[in-house]
Design a protein around this ligand. Structure first.
Ligand SMILES: [Zn+2]
Ligand SMILES: [Zn+2]
Length: 104
């Protein structure tokens, strides 16, 4: 009898080991995590098929915090451009740089 168990299963990975503080309860061991989806066979993850966006989860109060400050560079929405004068990131809707006043 042929018995096949395969499919895609989620796997939670810790992105970095730097502890952060939960804004909700003040718990200081909150780590940046990500849920990747793995193609698996017989419950053994073989290779990743999808990488999730990173998020922070507090294991004390179960609050999930979006880590907007964290960026891999790939999934970042193109809402920003750099000021050619001072090099700072400026919202693309701006006509003038709010930092140095140069026209963009
Ligand atoms: Zn918390
Ligand atoms: Zn500027």
């Amino acid at each position: 009898m042929f018995f096949f168990i395969g499919g895609i299963q989620p796997k939670t990975v810790t992105v970095d080991k730097q502890a952060r503080t939960c804004p909700s309860c003040g718990h200081v061991e909150v780590y940046l995590k990500r849920v990747d989806h793995y193609m698996s066979l017989f419950f053994i993850p073989l290779f990743p098929v999808k990488r999730g966006a990173p998020f922070l989860i507090c294991e004390n109060c179960n609050t999930i915090i979006d880590e907007h400050g964290y960026s891999t560079g790939a999934e970042r929405p193109m809402r920003e451009k750099r000021c050619p004068s001072c090099g700072r990131k400026v919202d693309r809707d701006f006509t003038f740089c709010p930092y140095c006043g140069k026209a963009l």
